[in-house]
Ligand binder design. Structure first.
Ligand SMILES: C[S@@+](CC[C@H](N)C(=O)[O-])C[C@H]1O[C@@H](n2cnc3c(N)ncnc32)[C@H](O)[C@@H]1O
Length: 293
């Protein structure tokens, strides 16, 4: 049987979305990941922990298509306001398209998490989901979030931790290579999920609640879709392992076909853990703590 998915690269990357030729895939994948059971669970958890009240102002940093912010907007009433900032004009265009019918004021704007064009102390709640892992300096972004939240307000962070990624296709050596490769951060803070509470503390915020959720995949037909829902392709994973020195280039094809064959034969599972932390900006703290002080 021809391996139709083997040449599909589908390397997901959200650092410079608008510069990528596959921006449509990146946007579509956002809807897939929003539908992960782990994402839905953490968003529900976040919503209950934030206990938003009518009239409050919420900022979503790296808001993507804005669906999480728009869902939280339902708690803010007509006097409330949602602001979403994202580096990608394509994402912001998508978010604006979804904002019609929102019950409160909504503003989606292109902007940089590392230098928010928002006044100090402006927001009751600041959230950011799966954005920090794409930033050159995630702590600098959290410093910015701490700056724009009001004293007594909340900062909520959700992110994946790719060091938790596990794949099981009945091949122990293959699983080990993947685990070893993803444990090491390269080019981006891919393992930020388990460090969220530390980063919040480092900028002077006080974590008050945290939880995790694990996304699992136990079925995927590589002849029908190029990658498991919301995930990169196995070719892209193989490229990553070759580049990081965990897979000889000559073994790339065998690596991919081993996974595809196992998936066709229903001997396939993957797991990835996501982390969520809500922190409070205590009144009377230093306005915000900069790492350069
Ligand atoms: C994986 S998506 C997550 C989107 C959304 N938060 C969600 O959970 O559905 C990461 C988002 O971060 C945005 N992003 C990347 N770098 C950014 C930056 N420096 N400032 C603001 N947004 C950024 C990307 O454009 C992308 O929309």
């Amino acid at each position: 049987m021809p391996d139709v998915a083997a040449d599909e690269t589908r390397a997901l990357g959200y650092g410079q979305v608008d510069d990528r030729p596959d921006v449509g895939t990146l946007i579509a994948t956002m809807d897939d990941t929003a539908d992960w059971q782990a994402t839905r669970h953490l968003r529900d958890w976040e919503r209950s922990r934030l206990s938003l009240r009518p009239g409050q102002c919420l900022l979503d940093v790296g808001c993507g298509l804005g669906d999480a912010a728009l869902s939280l907007a339902e708690d803010l009433g007509a006097r409330g306001e949602v602001v979403g900032v994202d580096a990608s004009a394509a994402m912001i265009a998508g978010a604006r398209g979804r904002a019609e019918g929102a019950k409160c004021r909504v503003r989606f704007a292109v902007g940089n998490a590392l230098a928010l064009a928002e006044p100090t102390g402006r927001f009751d709640v600041v959230r950011s989901e799966r954005c920090l892992q794409w930033l050159t300096d995630p702590e600098a972004a959290v410093v910015e979030m701490a700056r724009v939240v009001r004293p007594g307000g909340l900062v909520s962070l959700l992110d994946t931790d790719w060091s938790t990624f596990a794949i099981d296709v009945g091949d122990v050596e293959l699983s080990r290579r993947v685990r070893d490769a993803l444990r090491v951060e390269r080019r981006r803070p891919s393992n930020i999920g388990s460090r969220l509470a530390d980063v919040l503390r480092a900028v002077g915020l006080r974590p008050v609640a945290q939880t995790t959720a694990t996304q699992t995949w136990d079925a995927w037909n590589p002849d029908e879709s190029p990658a498991p829902d919301g995930c990169f392709s196995m070719s892209s994973l193989a490229d990553d392992l070759v580049e990081s020195g965990h897979l000889p280039a000559g073994d790339r094809g065998r690596f991919v076909s081993t996974i595809h064959t196992a998936a066709r034969e229903r001997r396939f599972s993957m797991a990835l853990t996501m982390f969520a932390v809500v922190a409070v900006a205590d009144r009377g703290r230093d306005r915000y703590r900069s790492r350069t002080e």
